[in-house]
Design a protein around this ligand. Structure first.
Ligand code: ADP
Length: 450
């Protein structure tokens, strides 16, 4: 069922329950009190009738006069005096329930109503016999008022039910119309037109937030789509190049025959390209692996300062002339803060990539690794004094196979940093970069430390 219908029905049910309860309440108490006054008047007449008819008294005449002068006759007023043996149902001509007589017999004033016919009765005893005096009359006003009230309450109930239905329907449609617009717009978005965005209305209500969230998601989707498209074309290009070279070299060797020197050259070239192919495939594999959520890979507690020493010696094996200084001056006193729960191999690979780049692109000048603990994050900054990254290239260097324009003299494949970024994100961390072409680069890896 649509939400609008649900809201309308709920709204109507709620109104029906509230109005029904209120009407019932009003009806009950009106019913209780509307006739109280009339019963009192009947009871006065019961007493006066008993006084004048049953008791011989000097005041009787005065009572009768008082009654005739001041107590007006009620519509259809009649009074009955029942002998003791008539005080039960069926033993007299009045059609009253037995409970009425029972109450009279207990000495209390009994009341009874049949539609608009009211009865009041009481038990009296003069010196000879016991009697029941019953007075009956019609109440022309109270009963009509109660009937009118009943009609008003029933009509009011149904009118307010219809009103709450209409108001609920309009209200829910009004509230849900932005949601319908969002659904309509989102339905139009396909893989081919991922650039379409939803209209975000001014304001901070949930609907605007929903539209904004959708737009943000579309931004991410579009970027992911583009990255994936670029990645596939770049990867195929990068893999095909060495293969083309290898097959070209093999063809050449087959033509040139047995010349050993040429053969050696060809084999060297083939070896070089095979190594390149292997390097690319290994990196791609790492990239694909780091794209998983890491749940299947081992996570362990690692002292990051110790890991940095380890990385330093590994990088020094490849770049022996590169001076790598580790700056521990800002280390926290609590050594516990240096221990992070990480995937050791992947995080080593990520940091090594950054440190190797620093050595490579600074022609093995001094590289400083600064480790700090700031606001629940462990920051590892790798600072070099190398060629830097041109301003236009900075935003692209995390894209697979992208290499800055000033790296022609340096060997590389453009897969190290995307891999590093994937690994760091897998550890819920982030990477910041600061670089100036010609003077150096600082790449900071931030990892959550708790
Ligand atoms: P590569 O194999 O080309 O080094 P990376 O993915 O590691 O691939 O780096 C991507 C690009 O980022 C590099 O080609 C280079 O242009 C730039 N880069 C990365 N680190 C540095 C650095 N420390 N100094 C200058 N440029 C850098």
């Amino acid at each position: 069922m649509e939400i609008a219908k649900k809201i309308t029905i709920l709204f109507a049910i709620l109104s029906a329950v509230i109005i029904g309860l209120l009407s019932g309440f009003v009806w009950y108490f009106s019913n209780e009190f509307a006739f109280e006054d009339f019963y009192k008047r009947l009871e006065t007449r019961v007493n006066i009738t008993a006084q004048t008819q049953l008791f011989e008294n000097a005041n009787n005449e005065a009572y009768a006069e008082l009654r005739n002068q001041y107590l007006e006759r009620l519509p259809s007023e009649r009074s009955f005096i029942l002998q003791a043996d008539q005080i039960s149902a069926g033993s007299n001509k009045l059609k009253l329930p037995q409970s009425f007589y029972n109450k009279i017999k207990t000495g209390k004033t009994a009341r009874y109503r049949q539609q608009n016919q009211f009865y009041a009765g009481r038990y009296f005893k003069n010196k000879d016999h016991a009697y029941a005096v019953i007075v009956t009359a019609k109440d022309p006003f109270g009963f009509r008022e109660l009937k009118d009230l009943q009609k008003i309450l029933i009509i009011g109930f149904f009118l307010s039910l219809i009103l709450s239905f209409v108001v609920g329907w309009r209200f829910s449609n009004y509230m849900l119309s932005p949601l319908r617009n969002i659904i309509r717009s989102v339905k139009k978005i396909k893989a081919e037109n991922l650039h379409i965005r939803l209209d975000v209305k001014q304001g901070s209500d949930e609907m605007s937030q929903l539209a904004e969230t959708f737009n943000n998601m579309l931004n991410r989707l579009e970027t992911a789509f583009e990255t994936q498209n670029n990645f596939i074309s770049n990867a195929s290009h990068e893999l095909r190049t060495p293969l083309t070279i290898i097959s070209g070299e093999v063809e050449l060797a087959m033509k040139t025959g047995q010349d050993p020197e040429k053969q050696q050259q060809t084999l060297n070239k083939i070896k070089e390209e095979t190594e390149r192919l292997e390097h690319i495939i290994t990196s791609l594999l790492g990239l694909a692996q780091s794209g998983f959520n890491g749940k299947n890979q081992p996570w362990e507690e690692v002292r990051m300062d110790e890991l940095l020493w380890d990385i330093r010696s590994t990088v020094n094996q490849v770049y022996p002339n590169c001076r790598i200084e580790i700056d521990f001056s800002n280390l926290p006193e609590d050594e516990e803060l240096l221990t992070l729960k990480v995937n050791k191999n992947l995080i080593r690979l990520a940091i090594s990539n950054v440190v190797s780049n620093a050595c490579k692109y600074s022609d093995q000048r001094t590289v400083v690794i600064r480790i700090e603990h700031t606001r629940k994050m462990l920051s590892i900054a790798v600072v070099d004094q190398g060629i830097g990254i041109p301003e236009n290239d900075v935003q692209h260097i995390f894209e697979p196979f992208y290499r800055a324009s000033n790296t022609n003299d340096y060997k590389g494949y453009g897969v190290g940093l995307p891999l590093t970024l994937n690994i760091v994100r897998m550890h819920r961390g982030s990477i910041a970069i600061k670089s100036k072409e010609g003077s150096g680069t600082e790449i900071k890896i931030l990892l959550p430390a708790f």
